[in-house]
Design a protein around this ligand. Structure first.
Ligand code: DOR
Ligand code: ZN
Length: 342
């Protein structure tokens, strides 16, 4: 991307976002709603969003929290093996995808799946394939923390083979092993966060511990980050931007027992523009990564928000209503200059 000092992104999409609920939702929703046209909203509330009534009510609360912003929440349900075709048909118009968590693997995932028995999952996953509802997956085992994602690849392969018509999105991939799997199976897709394109484990724990960079999956090795960067920068058609922006109150992060999650929503697009420019990747590829690929994969047509960014230093605030963002109080190279619709 030439350093033209101004870049316009059309209809940016965040295909993996935590908006939370209650006061937190009201505080942080606008950070995403301002700059993105739409986002896939994660269902890991307490209790998880797992019925039609809950998803409809949660969408209402989100729309009320974003006020006048032109932003579409693409809703998801928390996967349960007991979902049957009649239920999925009844809820299909309210959701864009269903999110599967392995039991207990991350924040509020206790009610997730254990065992990954294909026959147990078959009725729900076949119905989803028939109804063309994508399955988003948090792909980690409960093994050694650095190996969890690579170990999960065999489960992705099992699911991709058993359900060839099911669109499976490998969420927030962090390893070369996942990038390799993506290339091997037609029905595997992936989201990548901006923080996993920028940091490795060294940034989290190589020096003084950085709680605001601690997330799940944990950032991995330099060669993993390189593999992620390569497919993001080339605008690989099976890869979408998904921030996994996951706010927690400052006291829950700066604590003994730090909550997992990096809050990037207010600076994600600025960081992506800087990253693509630094790596000489084309604006066309960035546009594919932040919108075009997701439109093709999910078959969605978002509202046409245009975000104009300029190369002008932006000092990231220390916090957004009690939530500390990535790079708090540091300068990043790009700022948002103007947002238009049309
Ligand atoms: O770091 C994370 N935070 N990873 C997840 O999978 C969940 C998320 C959250 O909800 O806080
Ligand atoms: Zn997440």
């Amino acid at each position: 991307m030439p350093s033209t000092h101004q870049v316009t992104l059309n209809a940016p999409l965040d295909m993996h976002l935590h908006l939370r609920d209650g006061e937190m939702l009201n505080h942080i929703a606008s950070a995403s709603a301002k700059t993105f046209s739409a986002a896939i909203i994660m269902p890991n509330l307490v209790p998880p969003v797992s019925s039609k009534e809950e998803v409809v009510a949660y969408k209402k609360r989100i729309l009320s929290a974003i006020g006048q912003e032109d932003f579409t929440p693409y809703m998801t349900l928390f996967f349960k093996p007991s979902y049957d075709k009649a239920f999925l048909e009844s809820v299909q118009n309210e959701i864009t995808a269903i999110k599967l968590y392995p039991a207990g693997i991350t924040t509020n995932s206790e009610g997730g799946v254990s065992g990954f028995d294909v026959e147990e999952l078959r009725p729900a996953l076949e119905a989803m394939a028939e109804l063309n509802i994508p399955l988003c997956v948090h792909g980690e085992t409960n093994g050694f923390v650095m190996d969890r994602e690579a170990e999960f690849v065999s489960i992705y392969e099992k699911l991709a083979t058993a359900f060839p018509k099911l669109k499976i999105i490998m969420e927030h991939i962090t390893t070369k092993a996942s990038v390799d799997a993506l290339e091997k199976f037609e029905n595997l897709y992936a989201t990548i966060t901006v923080h996993h394109l920028l940091i490795t484990l060294d940034d989290v724990a190589g020096g003084m511990l950085q709680p605001h960079l601690f997330c799940k999956p944990i950032a991995k090795r330099p060669e993993d980050r390189e593999a992620l960067l390569k497919i993001a920068l080339e605008g690989h058609p099976k890869v979408m931007f998904g921030s996994d922006s996951a706010p927690h109150p400052k006291h829950a992060k700066e604590a003994c027992g730090c909550a997992a999650g990096v809050f990037t929503a207010p600076i994600a697009l600025q960081l992506l523009v800087e990253l693509f420019e630094k790596n000489d990747a084309s604006l066309e590829n960035l546009q594919a990564f932040v919108s075009g690929n997701a439109q093709n994969i999910y078959g969605v047509t978002p509202g046409n928000k245009k975000v104009l960014l300029e190369k002008k230093a932006f000092k990231v605030p220390a916090d957004y209503k009690g939530v500390v963002p990535m790079y708090a109080e540091e300068e990043i190279a790009y700022s948002i200059k103007e947002i238009t619709h049309g």
